[in-house]
Design a protein around this ligand. Structure first.
Ligand SMILES: Cc1cc2nc3c(=O)[nH]c(=O)nc-3n(C[C@H](O)[C@H](O)[C@H](O)COP(=O)(O)O)c2cc1C
Length: 357
């Protein structure tokens, strides 16, 4: 099994990955109040980088102050964030990992402060959201590009655009949340324009070997599987990004409605493989058999989230012990502390249904 997993993953741009198992982006609410990285951030990143994940991605980092979704979220919208980010990139490099920052803006789902409305593609009363003016969409685009440039300056190998889970890039993609009539709304080609312009901007602004990934999910927020799949095809055709990170939340899931109904999501994702844009996924990989099944479908990489939290040695254990199984949740706080999690991270995990005892 180690043959597949330890075949380096080479990209057209930037460093190759030493293995096919990456750390998923994991929000942990442990940065300082102003979004600068804390000692807890450094310790957690070190725990994961030391564990051997070939790419270590940060938690979602907001590219504008008004895009914050979580308490004590990592920020990347100001020069004050750069020293902490540099330290994170240094730690990952020291352990032989490739580093990436996940770029995020919560849009209409930002932390509501009760006074100013949140921003989004369109005005939506239930979210207290006002529509961005055209020039503000351009500013948002530029904030993503500026954040990528900041990540580059801090020594990261690349960034991932967070286009999943209903955050602002999903909101633009969504035919129900995006009701604009300008060039960023209407047909799919317009709804996807923001993402494509951000990618173009990063390519112009950052060094040629800077890696760009894009993350998508396929459900909720008015999205259809086939629409998101079409966007993936467009990105693969364009060849301007280096990887697609597609999240079904459970790698065994099948598509439930539409033209792909009944087909395993991984089987559909595999149709996107075979070009310079590498394709990976994540979702409930708790044992070796499930881990390997991802590669049976021909995908290029797997990202590990919950199993990495539940056991800091998940990677070595799953590789050495064929019948290894991640600890069953809920687990105790004591257990999580032993895995190197901070009290802040454990407190955040307590919000996740059934995770912490
Ligand atoms: C505690 C926690 C925090 C997460 N934070 C993020 C995040 O910041 N950005 C993101 O795109 N996904 C986030 N996710 C989703 C994971 O990256 C991953 O895709 C998902 O958990 C499925 O993989 P898993 O079953 O291996 O955990 C989070 C998941 C968990 C459990």
């Amino acid at each position: 099994m180690n043959d597949i997993l330890f075949t380096p993953l080479r990209f057209d741009r930037g460093p190759a990955l030493k293995n096919r198992i990456l750390l998923a982006p994991l929000t942990n609410e442990q940065s300082n109040e102003d979004g600068t990285a804390s000692q807890d951030d450094f310790d957690w990143i070190e725990t994961c980088a030391r564990a051997g994940y070939s790419m270590v991605m940060t938690c979602a980092a907001h590219v504008l102050e008004n895009g914050k979704a979580f308490n004590n979220q990592l920020g990347i919208f100001d020069d004050k964030h750069e020293p902490g980010l540099r330290k994170i990139a240094d730690i990952i490099r020291k352990h032989g990992g490739v580093s990436s920052v996940q770029l995020h803006h919560a849009g209409m789902r930002a932390q509501f402060n009760g006074e100013t409305p949140n921003i989004g593609p369109s005005a939506i009363a239930e979210y207290n959201t006002r529509a961005l003016a055209l020039c503000e969409v351009e500013e948002l685009r530029d904030a993503f590009i500026e954040a990528a440039a900041r990540a580059e300056r801090a020594g990261f190998d690349g960034v991932e655009l967070h286009g999943a889970f209903g955050w602002i890039l999903t909101q633009f993609l969504s035919p129900t949340l995006n009701r604009r009539t300008d060039r960023y709304g209407g047909p799919l080609e317009n709804r996807v324009r923001l993402i494509f312009e951000i990618i173009d901007g990063i390519r112009k602004r950052c060094r040629p070997d800077f890696q760009i990934g894009v993350r998508f999910s396929f459900e909720r927020y008015g999205q259809t599987f086939e629409d998101v799949y079409r966007v993936c095809e467009m990105l693969v055709e364009e060849q301007k990004i280096d990887f697609l990170d597609l999240v079904p939340w459970d790698v065994k899931k099948a598509v439930d409605v539409g033209p792909f109904a009944g087909r395993k999501m991984l089987e559909v994702f595999s149709q996107l493989c075979g070009t310079s844009v590498k394709v990976g996924t994540s979702g409930k990989v708790m044992d070796a058999q499930t881990l390997l099944s991802v590669f049976d479908y021909g995908l290029d990489f797997i990202m590990i989230g919950r199993s990495a939290i539940l056991n800091k040695d998940f990677l070595s254990q799953v590789l050495s012990t064929p019948d290894y199984l991640s600890p069953k949740t809920p687990v105790t706080k004591h257990h999580l502390r032993q895995q190197g999690l901070s009290d802040a991270f454990i407190k955040y995990l307590a919000n996740w249904n059934g995770f912490v005892e």
